[in-house]
Design a protein around this ligand. Structure first.
Ligand code: FAD
Length: 321
């Protein structure tokens, strides 16, 4: 029996988010919360099970043909069969879209409590507490999760990655009984993936509604190329059809935590900040000196992007020669 379980998805691999979840679980173990079991839903990506075995006390891979194409209902069926046997009082998930979707439903099935978007989770005796940001980052709220298990998704990419324990945990395969859910995937369109995944990018140049159309994103592309950055956008720019929806950063988009996030013509709405507020350094260019983004950035220029981006691109290209 372990007191802490982490839930990961095989198809996502042992990415930065999974490592952050493992790091949070290790922190709980170090504080006396008990052993850590990693439960992997669906076949583990190459190297994932072995990598996890170096970070936790036990790895359980739940593989079934029905779990290869993620659907919330099948993942929930699998987890509600496996987790009671693990006996965890704290179950941690990451901030990928699958985890965010199933966390409250998983808590309900296990009879526990759930919380979203935790920056920190602590366990003291029987009490599990989680801290999250409130009032658009102006305050921190600490919640006590009353029912067990506490099922929480954490800001995984911003958490310290797990460190090798020095051991190699056992990896068990678990079979489960899945009953066909009442819906089927009829078509799947894979999005073309160029370069690094946005979630794993070290530098991101992101554009917003203030750019006024799709063409200026080509200007931003020049800056991104000069910096070796990936491109992101606000929801307003994605919804307008200027750039693909996969570029969206925020509450209902990608959660990123790069070394540097450059927000150009983005106001800094709380929903956008939720996706990029954990970036190490934030820089902003905006014509409005009162734009909320300036409260969250280390560097800011109050200016029209047209006067800044080309000069910045030139300078960066010169410095990186
Ligand atoms: P605006 O808020 O319109 O800001 C444009 C900015 O550009 C302004 O600050 C303006 O001063 C500046 N500007 C104008 N012209 C120039 C210029 N020439 N040069 C420089 N600056 C200029 N939003 C997200 O981004 N991600 C999400 O995941 C997300 N999820 C949401 C979920 C829900 C449930 C809801 C209700 C909203 C969500 N939103 C999300 C929308 C969010 O509330 C904002 O509407 C959105 O982020 C605004 O995008 P923006 O900053 O590009 O546009």
């Amino acid at each position: 029996m372990s007191n802490v379980a982490i839930v990961l998805f095989g198809e996502l691999g042992l990415d930065r988010a999974a490592q952050g979840v493992a790091g949070a679980a290790q922190g709980l173990k170090a504080a006396g919360a008990g052993d850590v079991t990693a439960v992997v839903v669906g076949s583990a990506a190459d190297g994932m099970a072995d990598g996890l075995a170096q970070l936790v006390d036990r790895v359980v891979v739940v593989s079934d043909p029905a779990l290869e194409d993620y659907q919330p209902e099948t993942a929930l069926q699998a987890l509600s069969q496996v987790l009671p046997g693990v006996g965890a009082t704290t179950v941690l998930l990451g901030n990928d879209i699958y985890s965010q979707e199933i966390t409250p439903r998983l808590a309900a099935r296990l009879g526990g409590s759930s919380l979203a978007d935790a920056m920190e989770v602590t366990v003291e005796g029987d009490s599990v507490r989680a801290t999250r940001s409130a009032y658009g980052g102006k305050a921190l709220a600490v919640y006590e999760l009353k029912r067990s298990p506490a099922v929480v998704w954490v800001r995984a990419r911003a958490l310290e990655p797990g460190l090798p324990t020095g051991g190699q945990a056992a990896v068990d395969e678990r079979a489960v009984q899945i009953t066909a859910p009442g819906l089927a995937i009829v078509e799947r369109k894979a999005e073309a993936q160029e370069g690094v995944r946005l979630e794993d990018a070290q530098v991101i140049v992101s554009g917003g509604r203030g750019l006024g159309g799709p063409e200026p994103f080509e200007v931003l592309r020049g800056l991104a190329d000069a910096m070796g950055a990936e491109m992101g956008a606000s929801r307003a720019a994605c919804d307008a059809g200027w750039v693909p929806g996969s570029w969206q950063v925020g509450q209902t988009g990608k959660k990123v935590a790069p070394e540097l996030y450059v927000a150009i013509a983005i106001s800094g709405a709380s929903q956008h900040l939720l996706g990029m507020g954990d970036s190490k350094v934030i820089a902003a260019v905006n014509t409005d000196g009162d734009a909320p983004i300036f409260k969250h950035c280390s560097f800011g220029i109050v200016e029209d992007y047209k006067n800044v981006v080309p000069r910045l691109t030139e300078k960066v290209a010169e410095l990186r020669k």
